[in-house]
Design a protein around this ligand. Structure first.
Ligand SMILES: Cc1cc2nc3c(=O)[nH]c(=O)nc-3n(C[C@H](O)[C@H](O)[C@H](O)COP(=O)(O)OP(=O)(O)OC[C@H]3O[C@@H](n4cnc5c(N)ncnc54)[C@H](O)[C@@H]3O)c2cc1C
Length: 426
């Protein structure tokens, strides 16, 4: 086991690696290019709304074992909250109909047999459409593997897979979708209970981890970008790290976990194959008190926004795969931001939110838009095949990040799993 590990990148992958290493008695130095930790999963103060916002609406599931293990370890398990039941609320904005799908807690999916728990208008036999997914082959899309149409698809499967994969599900990797399905089947419906960070992402995932690392004596260096790694190919080791602030030579008992995004890793590790295509997420926050009883999170069908999240004094909406114009009758949210301007997008999304929350269309509440053009790697078969393993040909360098070969889509669970694995390998 190394004496000192340099963890590069303080997103959730890097934080999870750092915490695990420290608990095993390894000295940790955490280096982060930005002036705050958390990467794509953090909170920040927004002047327009005079409020602390999250970098995006993040949903995790009660069955995400490594995520729950991580928040328990950093003492933040209470920060994740959700409904008592494994249930999801839906609304079709065009048809103005609402329904709730209530998964049964057990492994046997009794809910499919219960007309009040399954998707209204579907029959038990419709759910057999999912079976081919269990035998999904690598390199295949969902559309090449199972039926992707009909009520069950539009009113349950597409919204859930879109949230998990952040790409139009028909084009998504069937293998990744199958992993999600298998997880639910093996752990039971309870694993599908939605959880959100009740006081914001940083309170649940970032700040407690930084405090724990600091208490344990870790060196935390923000504004510390790694520019280059020097290698000794003959020895099969990384030998130095070049930061903007200077060079750090790696001793024989020192190692590195590289937990930066795919594009940054490709510039630091020779001949590294990484996913190239990414998909966007646009989040629109509205400063408005959610009406009492508003179901959250809520999947929105046939609107511009795909999901609605409500919290104290705020309702936020998420547009997944937001640069895909084919999704919403030719409407591309990123293009709209550029061409129509932000207010037109905010008004369009507010129409969805107001419809779902039964609020008046006018006046438009104060709003803020957060766009992330590279929110996740595109969970399509070609990109899935480009994900590298955590182990590299240098014995003291491992890779972490939601884009490495975790078997999961780019999610919090995938990022944390990758951090744990990179630490375990060292
Ligand atoms: C808007 C949005 C919504 C999302 N919704 C969900 C959701 O509902 N559920 C879910 O599970 N997941 C969701 N995700 C995905 C989730 O946020 C990510 O999978 C996860 O945060 C990735 O963590 P990471 O550590 O792999 O990468 P990152 O968070 O990208 O961390 C990498 C870190 O490395 C740093 N870095 C980069 N280059 C260098 C360098 N050269 N030197 C030092 N540091 C460097 C970066 O600044 C960053 O802090 C969402 C993502 C977005 C953007």
């Amino acid at each position: 086991m190394p004496r000192l590990v340099h963890v590069i990148g303080a997103g959730l992958a890097g934080l999870a690696a750092a915490i695990r290493l420290q608990r095993r008695g390894v000295q940790v130095a955490l280096h982060e290019a930005a002036s705050q930790a958390g990467g794509r999963c953090r909170s920040y103060y927004d002047r327009t709304l005079a409020a602390t916002l999250d970098s995006g609406n993040h949903l995790v599931l009660a069955g995400h074992e490594e995520t729950l293990d991580y928040v328990r370890t950093i003492g933040a398990a209470d920060e994740l909250a959700g409904p008592a039941e494994p249930a999801f609320a839906f609304m079709d904005l065009a048809a103005r109909s609402r329904w709730t799908v209530r998964f049964s807690r057990s492994r046997v999916p009794f809910w499919i047999g219960d007309a009040n728990a399954r998707v209204p208008g579907t029959k038990v036999s419709d759910y057999l459409a999912l079976l081919p997914l269990l035998f999904a082959k690598p390199g295949r899309t969902m559309a090449q593997t199972m039926r992707c149409d009909g009520l069950l698809w539009e009113r349950l499967l597409r919204p859930l897979f879109l949230a998990a994969l952040n790409v139009e599900p028909r084009e998504a990797s069937a293998e990744l979708a199958a992993t999600l399905l298998r997880d639910v089947l093996s752990a039971g419906g309870e694993a599908f209970r939605p959880l959100v960070a009740r006081n914001g992402l940083s309170s649940a995932f970032v700040d407690p981890a930084l405090r724990m690392l600091q208490h344990g004596g870790a060196a935390i260096r923000l504004d510390s970008r790694l520019n280059e790694i020097a290698y000794d190919d003959a020895a099969g080791r990384a030998v130095a790290l070049d930061f903007e602030s200077g060079r750090v030579a790696l001793g024989a008992d020192e190692a590195v976990v590289l937990a930066v995004p795919a594009a940054a890793a490709a510039g630091l590790v020779p001949a590294l194959q990484t996913p190239q295509r990414h998909t966007a997420v646009v989040t629109v926050h509205f400063a408005v008190a959610p009406p009492p009883g508003l179901a959250t999170p809520m999947a929105l069908v046939s609107g511009t926004a795909d999901w609605l999240f409500a919290g104290a004094g705020r309702i936020s909406a998420t547009i997944h795969d937001a640069a895909a114009a084919h999704k919403h009758d030719g409407f591309d949210a990123l293009d709209a931001l550029d061409a129509l301007g932000s207010e037109a997008l905010a008004r369009r999304v507010w129409a969805d939110v107001a419809g779902a929350a039964s609020l008046p269309l006018e006046p438009l509440p104060a709003w803020q838009i957060a766009r992330d053009a590279c929110a996740t790697f595109a969970a399509v078969p070609q990109e899935e095949l480009r994900r590298p393993a955590a182990r590299t040909r240098w014995t003291n360098l491992t890779l972490a990040g939601d884009w490495t070969a975790t078997g999961l889509p780019a999610t919090i669970e995938g990022a944390i799993r990758s951090g744990h694995k990179a630490a375990d390998l060292l």
